[in-house]
Ligand binder design. Structure first.
Ligand code: CTP
Length: 407
């Protein structure tokens, strides 16, 4: 098979981030945030205020980010003696998390009396702020005025969250959890390549009931399909996820429809494509591990064991992907092929048999249950090998490829 010499795929993640930490109890959450940002492949430079150091030590943040932490405006380790210019010069963005009420007020006034505030003032990149404070401080008209001003200055406000606070009160003011912040930061920096498109994704495994307590299923965690749903929403698409049972949280800004059996998944997919009036510019991505067969009959009662051979009659299920791809006004269809052998050959055979513009080939042993994967894309131009990466990263690269094919 022809190997594509000039793949158009590039990295679609935020590269360098300055993470500013100010003084508040939520500073402890910044440790987890750094861990997640680094895990997502983002180069994180931590800058702390001296108040932040009262809550969490720079040593912790250095260990997690793998880089020295800057606190002091007069730090001489930056060669030109201007850390407030140098640190933000190379950054794609600055995120202040947690941002105290006092720091927010400083930003409003453009004050620059410590390294972090000076860095924010001297920046040449987007600034994102995750407020964290007591409920009364958040509700205070002064803070609300300040937040309004920051928004008017084109500064993105992430959160705050509502719930139990360190001071014992319950209400708005908590910093968003690290995972939620990471998702928002990712969404913020993902190019809106799929704006104006509808994307329908199937994910997880179907369950074909034999009796009320037994079923035939496939092994599938749903992680790849959910990662694609999140990435598609981040890229500005209107996303619907038709999902078999999984233990995963529904991604932000994604409509979720649960479908247990292959039959109910088929119905959910077809009715969505019809009601949302999918067109060839829209996208269907079939990631679900759909059972190829269902029991010919489902027993209403639990089948009792006996010593004789039990024969189970199985009837084939509809191939959802092939059915969608053969619709008159079919959306752009992407299939997945999880194989145990002859990966590329079997995947290409499936792509042609189901009349798909694109199929994603992966080895079942590498894909199943893991947060990472190694996939190869096959289309009419040949084979595009993607790097071994987190499923969230693979999702972005796959959708970037789809967006390029739809141009
Ligand atoms: N698929 C589907 N409906 C089915 C079976 C498969 O939509 N009833 C989709 C899957 O979601 C995947 C692609 O078809 O995108 C390939 O699925 P796979 O199970 O690898 O292949 P099958 O066509 O079922 O063939 P086989 O099981 O023989 O490998």
């Amino acid at each position: 098979m022809q190997k594509n010499k000039s793949p158009v795929l590039g990295k679609l993640v935020l590269g360098k981030l300055v993470l500013g930490i100010t003084g508040g109890i939520a500073a402890y959450k910044a440790a987890e945030l750094v861990r997640l940002l680094v895990k997502a492949g983002i180069d994180v430079q931590v800058v702390m205020t001296s108040a932040a150091c009262q809550f969490i030590t720079p040593v912790t943040m250095q260990a997690l980010s793998g880089k020295p932490v800057f606190i002091d405006m007069w730090d001489s380790s930056i060669s030109n003696g201007m850390p407030h210019i140098e640190l933000s010069r190379n950054a794609d963005a600055i995120l202040v998390a947690p941002a105290s009420a006092d720091f927010i007020a400083k930003l409003v006034h453009g004050r620059a009396d410590d390294l972090l505030s000076a860095l924010c003032l001297a920046r040449d990149c987007p600034l994102l702020v995750a407020p964290a404070m007591n409920k009364q401080m958040w509700e205070n008209p002064a803070t609300q005025r300040n937040i309004k001003q920051l928004k008017a200055d084109d500064i993105s406000i992430l959160g705050p969250d509502s719930g139990e606070q360190a001071c014992g009160e319950v209400g708005l003011g908590r910093m968003l959890e690290a995972e939620a912040l990471l998702a928002l930061v990712n969404a913020h920096f993902t190019p809106k390549l799929l704006a104006g498109k509808r994307v329908l994704i199937t994910a997880g495994a179907t369950l074909e009931m034999i009796d009320p307590v037994r079923a035939i299923t496939n092994l599938s965690s749903g992680k790849m399909g959910y990662a694609i749903a999140q990435a598609a929403a981040d890229m500005g698409a209107e996303v619907t996820l038709v999902s078999g049972a999984t233990a995963l949280a529904v991604p932000n800004h994604v409509k979720n429809i649960s479908a247990t059996s292959a039959q109910s998944m088929y119905q959910a997919v077809m009715s969505n494509i019809a009601t949302l009036k999918f067109e060839p510019k829209d996208i269907f991505i079939s990631v679900a591990a759909v059972a190829d067969y269902s029991p010919a009959q489902t027993s209403a009662q639990k089948i009792k064991k006996s010593k004789s051979l039990l024969t189970l009659g199985l009837v084939p299920n509809k191939d959802i992907l092939a059915e969608v791809a053969s619709l008159p006004n079919a959306p752009f269809c992407v299939g997945f092929a999880a194989e145990t052998e002859n990966l590329l050959e079997y995947a290409e055979t499936k792509r042609k048999a189901k009349k798909l513009p694109l199929i994603v080939a992966n080895l079942a042993s590498q894909a199943m249950g893991s947060d990472e994967n190694q996939v190869t894309l096959l289309d009419k131009n040949g084979v595009h090998v993607l790097p071994h990466a987190q499923k969230s990263e693979i999702a972005k690269l796959l959708l970037q490829h789809v967006a390029n094919m739809l141009l």
